[in-house]
Design a protein. Structure first.
Length: 408
C-alpha cells in the first residue's frame, strides 16, 4: 500500500503549484490592463477612447480602447476570466487540503476556541463567503457613489474580520483565511459583476442596440478595487511561511496594516502609469508601515512552556503517545529538533521557532506527527545539514512510530 501521507503531500504540492501559476496569470493580466488603461493616449482624435503603441518581444503593438464599445462586434473577442476562476478554484482546493483535512494541526487552536473540527470547517467556509456579501452590499448602497468612504468602511470590516479570525483559528490559518476572504471578493467581482456586464454590452452590440455606458463604468470600478486588493492578498498567502507575521499577539493588526501598504504601493504605480507624476511619498509611508509591522511582530508569542505542559492531550494525541514506539521517537525529536523548535529557541540567531512549529512536550510532538515524519523521517529536510547530521537510526525511530500510528 502506497504511503498515504506521501501521496497527500504531493497532491498538496501539485495544487499549490497550480494555484501559483494561475495567480501569476491573473495578477499579470490584471496589472497589465490597469496600467494600459491609465496610460492610454486620449488626445488622439478618432472613434476610440484612447490608444497606445507598445513594443515587446521584437514586435510593435497598436492598442485601442473603445468606450463603451466599438460600433460593430468583432469576429474574435478574447475574454479574460479563466485566470481568475482557476486561481480561486485551486486556492479553495488548497485551503481544503491544508486547513480542512489537516485542520487538527493547522486550523484549530484549543487555546483560542474550544471547537470541533467540523465547527472550524463551517466557520472557515462562512467567513470566506461573508466577505463578498458585505462588500457587494456596500457597492450597491449609497456608499457606492462615494468610493473613498466605501473603501474606509470595507477596511473597517477587514480589520474586524482579522481580529475575529485570530480569536478562533491558529495564527497562520487566521491570516490565510483573511486572504481567502479578500480573494473571494476579487473573483466574485469578475464572476458576478464584470463578466455579466460585459456580456450585456456584447449582447447589445449583436442586437444592434447602443450599449449603456453604466455597465462599463461599474465593471471598471470593480476591477480597480481588485487592483488595490491584490498585493495584500499575496502577502497574506505568503504569511504562513513566516511566524513573525502570523504567530504574534498582534497578527491581526499586522494584517490590517498590510492592506494600507497595498494602497500606498498601488497608488504610486497607478499614478505613474497615468502619467501624473511619481508620488515618492508613498514609499516613505510604506516604509513606516513596514517598520510598524516589524515592531509589532516582536510582541510575546504563544503559550508559556508551563502552560503548554499543563495542556490536556486530545484523544488522538493520547493514542499517539501511548504507542510502544513513541518513546524512541520522542527522544529523537528532543535531541535533534527541540533546540530550534522551542518556545524559546536556544539556537543562536533564532527568536522564534521555524514556521512556528514547537516540538517540546509530548503533545507538541503528537500534534505534529505527520510533519515530523515527512520532514525528518522519510526525507532529510530537517534538521538542516549545516546544523548537524541526524543518523539513519534516529530517522528510523520517527518512521516506525508514524507508521505504527497509521497502521501501515
Amino acid at each position: 500500500m502506497y504511503d498515504l501521507a506521501v501521496m497527500w503531500d504531493w497532491i498538496g504540492f501539485a495544487v499549490r503549484w497550480l494555484h501559483v501559476i494561475t495567480a501569476m496569470a491573473w495578477i499579470g493580466s490584471s496589472f497589465y490592463f490597469i496600467a494600459l488603461d491609465l496610460g492610454l493616449n486620449r488626445n488622439i482624435q478618432g472613434p476610440a477612447d484612447g490608444e497606445e503603441w507598445q513594443v515587446h518581444g521584437g514586435g510593435f503593438y497598436h492598442i485601442q480602447k473603445y468606450l463603451v464599445a466599438p460600433e460593430a462586434m468583432p469576429d474574435h473577442l478574447t475574454w479574460f476570466k479563466w485566470e481568475s476562476y482557476s486561481t480561486w478554484l485551486s486556492g479553495a482546493a488548497l485551503l481544503m487540503i491544508v486547513y480542512w483535512v489537516g485542520g487538527e494541526l493547522y486550523l484549530l487552536d484549543p487555546s483560542r476556541a474550544d471547537i470541533t473540527l467540523w465547527q472550524g470547517i463551517l466557520i472557515s467556509a462562512a467567513t470566506i463567503a461573508v466577505g463578498w456579501v458585505l462588500y457587494d452590499l456596500l457597492c450597491k448602497s449609497k456608499l457606492g457613489d462615494h468610493p473613498t468612504a466605501m473603501m474606509l468602511v470595507l477596511f473597517a470590516i477587514i480589520v474586524a474580520m482579522s481580529w475575529g479570525l485570530n480569536q478562533v483559528f491558529t495564527g497562520r490559518a487566521a491570516l490565510l483565511h483573511l486572504g481567502a476572504f479578500t480573494a473571494t471578493i476579487m473573483t466574485a467581482n469578475v464572476f458576478f459583476i464584470i463578466m455579466p456586464n460585459q456580456r450585456i454590452v456584447v449582447a447589445d452590440l449583436k442586437a444592434g442596440r447602443t450599449p449603456d455606458p453604466k455597465y462599463g463604468k461599474i465593471a471598471k470600478l470593480r476591477s480597480t478595487h481588485n487592483n488595490y486588493l491584490t498585493l495584500p492578498v499575496i502577502f497574506l498567502m505568503l504569511s504562513n511561511h513566516y511566524p513573525l507575521a502570523f504567530a504574534t499577539e498582534h497578527a491581526w493588526i499586522i494584517a490590517a496594516l498590510v492592506f494600507l501598504m497595498g494602497v500606498t504601493i498601488r497608488h504610486f504605480f497607478n499614478t505613474m502609469h497615468a502619467r501624473k507624476g511619481r508620488p515618492h511619498w508613498t514609499w516613505g509611508v510604506t516604509a513606516l508601515l513596514f517598520i510598524a509591522i516589524m515592531w509589532l511582530s516582536t510582541a510575546p508569542m504563544g503559550q508559556s512552556y508551563e502552560e503548554a505542559e499543563a495542556r490536556v492531550l486530545t484523544p488522538a494525541e493520547t493514542r499517539l503517545v501511548q504507542l510502544a514506539s513513541f518513546d524512541a521517537a520522542y527522544d529523537t525529536v528532543l535531541s535533534n529538533c527541540s533546540m530550534c523548535h522551542a518556545r524559546e529557541p536556544v539556537w543562536q540567531g533564532l527568536r522564534w521557532p521555524p514556521k512556528g512549529v514547537v516540538l517540546e512536550t509530548e503533545a507538541d510532538v503528537a500534534r505534529h506527527a505527520k510533519l515530523i515524519y515527512l520532514q525528518a523521517g522519510i526525507s532529510h529536510a530537517m534538521p538542516p545539514p549545516n546544523a548537524f547530521e541526524m543518523d539513519g537510526e534516529a530517522r528510523a525511530a520517527i518512521t516506525a512510530w508514524y507508521r505504527e500510528a497509521s497502521g501501515s
